[in-house]
Each structure stands twice: as structure tokens, then as C-alpha cells.
Design a protein around this ligand. Structure first.
Ligand SMILES: [Cu+2]
Length: 253
């Protein structure tokens, strides 16, 4: 992984003016509501961080992925390399997450919904995603032939199992935080995915417009890390205050 030589961070803080969402006015609160708040040990807030990831250089042109006939028969379009997806400067598939600053001593509920990766047309969809520890990762196969799913974690226990046919799927989970766990297919050497595993819900993957949004953060000072498979990692400090959204801009050069 290459770390960008020059890192530029632009962080803007939006002043909190959300109509006093963070204020307490005891007169209106019923005892029941207070009791419910006291019982909720998860430090969820109404603030967060949103922004976009840009690449100021000239990205290498995407190249066709050389596939066998089984794979191309499943596709409407020719597959192009996905290692670096830049749309008018905006970078897709950057994993952005809170890497420090969360209060100690809390555990966050594991989402009941599985995180889904599909194997379709001999590519992983999505290529990059995040999950929480112990969250079910469901790896589906939409292709009428075999893929194997070979995960390569360093701190978690890995797996290497097959999905022999269309409709087959695996359900797996990781128990420890690890960014990133690479996943590949040994049948089709170009198939590559990355799963970021965290013990909290404060992460996002940039979309085609390079945008990300992490919500539900309590007020505080956090370290945000952006990870990209080719462009490397950047960290920045962000402040969330007044239950408002802060903006963070990540620039790779
Ligand atoms: Cu495969």
C-alpha cells in the first residue's frame, strides 16, 4: 500500500445552530423519558461527519479485465479494473472511519441485518464495505458456476470456502476489529474485495460522487481515517459539537 507523499486536509467545522437540540430543559421531560435515557448506555449522538474524497492527480486509465468465457457470458459490459475509481476527481471505494476518540467502556449493538457482498459477473459487489464485529457477512453467488471466497485477515480467523453454484451463499463474521480484511477468489484471480471490521458503527464507504456520511456521533473530538487500496491512508482530526454535522474533505494527490 502506498502512502501518499503529500496529504492535504481541509476540515471545516459547521457551527452548531441546530435549534438547541443539545439543550436540556428539564421541565418538559417526563420521568419515563429520563429513565429511558439513563438505561441507554450507547453514546449515540445526533452529530456526525460528512464530506468527500478527491484525487487531484491524473488517475491511471481503467484497463479491461481479461476474463474467461464463463465470466464474460454473464456480463452485459466488459469489466474494467476497479482498483482506482475516480469520477471527475471524486474517489469511490474509500473506507472512512472513526479510528480514535470514542468514549471507552461502551459496546455497540451488532446490526441484525447482514452485510451483503454478491459475486456477479466475476466481480465482487461491493468491492469495499464495512461491518461491525460479529455482524453477519453474507456472500452470495449470482453466477452459475463456482467461486471460492478466500479471506486473508491478519488478526481475525480467516476462511476459504466455495460457493459452487448460483444461489449459494456463505454467512461469516469476524470477531475482532481489523481494517482491512482482503477477500479474493482463487478461481478468478482478479476478483478482490475488502471488508473493514470495526467495533462501532461509525464508518462509511465513498460512493461514485466520492461522498461519505458518518452519523449518530456524540459530541467530541475524533480521529478520522480514510483508507484506499491504492492511494493509502490519511488521518485527520475532526470535532463534532452541538449535535451538528461537521464537514471533512480528504484530498489525495
Ligand atoms: Cu470467482
Amino acid at each position: 500500500m502506498r502512502i501518499s507523499a503529500i496529504l492535504t486536509f481541509l476540515i471545516f467545522f459547521i457551527a452548531a445552530c441546530g435549534g438547541g437540540a443539545g439543550e436540556t430543559d428539564g421541565g418538559q421531560e417526563s420521568e419515563n423519558a429520563s429513565a429511558a435515557e439513563a438505561a441507554d448506555t450507547t453514546p449515540m449522538g445526533s452529530g456526525g461527519v460528512s464530506g468527500s474524497v478527491m484525487f487531484t492527480g491524473t488517475p491511471a486509465e481503467r484497463t479491461p479485465v481479461r476474463m474467461n468465457d464463463d465470466c464474460t457470458d454473464e456480463r452485459d459490459t466488459e469489466a474494467l479494473s476497479e482498483e482506482l475509481l475516480v469520477n471527475e476527481g471524486a474517489v469511490q471505494n474509500v473506507f472512512v472511519y472513526v479510528s480514535a476518540g470514542l468514549p471507552d467502556g461502551y459496546t455497540y449493538p451488532t446490526p441484525s441485518e447482514p452485510a451483503v457482498i454478491d459475486q456477479v459477473g466475476c466481480m465482487y459487489t461491493p468491492r469495499v464495505m464495512g461491518v461491525q464485529v460479529e455482524q453477519i457477512i453474507r456472500i452470495e453467488n449470482s453466477d452459475p458456476f463456482q467461486h471460492n471466497v478466500n479471506s486473508g485477515p491478519e488478526t481475525n480467523r480467516g476462511f476459504n470456502e466455495s460457493t459452487p453454484n448460483v444461489g449459494d451463499y456463505l454467512e461469516k463474521k469476524f470477531l475482532l476489529p481489523e481494517v482491512m480484511v482482503p477477500v479474493k477468489c482463487d478461481v478468478h484471480g482478479w476478483m478482490q474485495a475488502y471488508i473493514g471490521v470495526l467495533d462501532h458503527p461509525y464508518f462509511a464507504t465513498t460512493d461514485a460522487s466520492g461522498s461519505f456520511m458518518i452519523s449518530g456521533l456524540p459530541d467530541g473530538n475524533y480521529t478520522l481515517t480514510a483508507w484506499h487500496e491504492q492511494l493509502g491512508e490519511q488521518t485527520m482530526e475532526v470535532m463534532v459539537s452541538g449535535g451538528a454535522m461537521s464537514e471533512a474533505a480528504v484530498n489525495y494527490q
